[in-house]
Ligand binder design. Structure first.
Ligand code: ADP
Ligand code: ZN
Length: 518
């Protein structure tokens, strides 16, 4: 049987080899044994039911809550000449009737259904006359209250499953904590059938979390080391998307917005431009990304904190599908946390309890000060076998050696002194690096003795040094505007009476000079 499966893989889908776990899952299903499959987004879950569907005599049902995804998959299957249809509320009455008629005539191999459609008496009646061989539940985490996307309709699938006693049950999801996994098995009565768990580690993704201080500036900094790269920036609200879009546009970035407030046509257009690399950056709410399979997304940035680890992981998972190094940066602030907390407080009972737990897990990841892959993998029930990944901010700063930074600190501090202690770290860094921005020239700061004496470091490093000097008490920083002031301690450094030591995070600083200037 598995030989035939491989044959379909090669000849119908045109792929050379199975991805990890696909072959195991497919043999299990072909042996009519139920299974739960947990594979990260992009791991290749669809083939796990599409290939068996071709080999079974009867019908394969796929329950999915994602109407747009259903449409994409069905269209794709039709290109392979696989007779697939879907039934959901997006169809016109005529289209719906036409699909039902096809089903009755036995012309369908794969039927995609929204859960609420499946639960309708008319649908159950219709299916009672069909031989259903495979009953697939995609996005199976929706069944659990402990998941990030609980859908009460999913609960009733247990009942419907009894309609197809001869069908093998295959449940799939991209994100399931051990608790959610347990729920899925219990609720779907999967008993002790096998769970296939693919590794969630995506080792080509560089993970970084930064304090949100001046988010627009931080975004611009992040972007100008990534000119012409393709990337997604996620924001919390539509309004935020629009605002950031305008800022980036103003700076000359090749960017489009995406959120549910835009017309369907415009959304489709912007998505298309991004996919075809006609633009580099898409600024979006979480509405963006479902079903997108663009291989060369080089970065995913969270301008605002995501609401839980599942969303975060799913969103960063859109980067680096081609296996090349890609960067994930999340900006995080207390007020983002409070915003999420505010929404949680509107909830009640179990729903509130679950959301609290999700926030706590996310905070645990954010505040972790060793390798970030440890809490991340742990969240998904995996043990990260190594102590360090070398591909997260914490690993790199753990590696960073404490060094004597006195000369750099002197340059930085004296530049602050010479500009009347009236500017922030970004501005100081610009002077040190000899930027010819209007503001610098207007103020005559291009004539200072500290102008253009710091090209040995990238701008980001100078900013990091500024932060370090604040932390070590050489500088104080004004809350909102980030204006830096010298302390008494700083004078000792300037007089050469005190040395400064520290370890700088260099994870993001391996860049050429032309990249850092915008
Ligand atoms: P998931 O549903 O797990 O997010 P998909 O099933 O959509 O992932 O697969 C992601 C991408 O990987 C798709 O473009 C799919 O065609 C491709 N893919 C899946 N299996 C294989 C394979 N064995 N060889 C090559 N490409 C594959
Ligand atoms: Zn690490």
């Amino acid at each position: 049987m598995i030989k035939e499966a491989r044959n379909k893989l090669n000849n119908v889908f045109g792929y050379e080899d199975f991805r990890p776990l696909q072959e195991d899952v497919i043999s299990q299903v072909l042996n009519n044994e139920d299974a739960l499959v947990i594979m990260p987004t992009g791991g290749g879950k669809s083939l796990c039911y599409q290939i068996p569907a071709l080999l079974f005599d009867g019908l394969t049902i796929v329950v999915s809550p994602l109407i747009s995804l259903m449409k994409d998959q069905v269209e794709q299957l039709r290109q392979y000449d696989i007779p697939a249809i879907y039934l959901n509320s997006s169809l016109t009455p005529d289209e719906y009737e036409e699909n039902v008629a096809k089903l009755k005539r036995g012309e369908v191999k794969m039927l995609y259904l929204a859960p609420e459609t499946l639960l309708m008496d008319s649908t159950r009646e219709l299916l009672s006359n069909q031989q259903v061989d495979l009953f697939t539940i995609d996005e199976a985490h929706c069944i659990s209250e402990w998941g990030h996307d609980f859908r009460p309709d999913y609960r009733q699938l247990t009942e419907v499953r009894k309609d197809f006693p001869g069908a093998t049950c295959l449940a799939l999801t991209a994100t399931a904590t051990p608790r959610v996994r347990q729920d899925i098995k219990e609720i779907l009565k999967l008993g002790d059938s096998e769970t296939f768990l693919a590794s969630f580690d995506r080792d080509n993704l560089f993970l970084k979390v930064a304090d949100k201080e001046d988010p627009v500036e931080q975004t611009l900094d992040f972007l100008y080391t990534r000119k012409k790269q393709s990337g997604i920036i996620y924001c919390f609200s539509r309004k935020q998307v629009e605002e950031l879009y305008v800022e980036l546009k103003k700076e000359g970035h090749s960017v489009k917005p995406y959120h549910a407030g835009l017309s369907k046509k415009l959304r489709a257009r912007n998505q298309e431009l991004f996919i075809r690399d006609d633009i580099s950056i898409i600024v979006a709410t979480i509405a963006f990304g479902m079903g997108i399979d663009k291989p060369n997304v080089r970065f995913v940035m969270h301008y605002d904190m995501p609401k839980n680890i599942e969303s975060y992981y799913q969103q960063i998972g859109r980067a680096g599908r081609d296996g090349l190094r890609s960067d994930c940066l999340m900006l995080y602030s207390r007020s983002d946390k409070q915003k999420i907390q505010y929404f949680i407080n509107q909830k009640e009972g179990k729903e509130k309890e679950v959301a609290e737990k999700h926030l706590k897990d996310l905070m645990n990841f954010l505040e972790h000060d060793e390798c970030r892959r440890v809490p991340l993998m742990n969240y998904f029930g995996e043990t990260y076998e190594r102590d360090e990944c070398g591909m997260c901010d914490n690993c790199l700063s753990l590696d960073a050696e404490v060094e004597d930074l006195t000369v750099h600190a002197q340059k930085f501090l004296s530049c602050i002194a010479r500009t009347d202690q009236a500017h922030d770290a970004y501005y100081i860094a610009d002077i040190l690096r000899g930027s010819s921005k209007d503001k610098i020239v207007e103020k005559g700061h291009d004539e200072l003795s500290t102008y253009n004496i710091g090209n040995e470091w990238a701008k980001e490093q100078w900013i990091l040094l500024g932060r370090m000097l604040v932390k070590q008490g050489y500088l104080t920083q004004q809350e909102n505007h980030g204006v830096l002031h010298l302390t008494e301690q700083a004078k000792a450094v300037l007089n050469g009476k005190e040395n400064v030591f520290g370890a700088l995070d260099r994870s993001d600083t391996v860049v050429g000079d032309e990249a850092i200037e915008r």
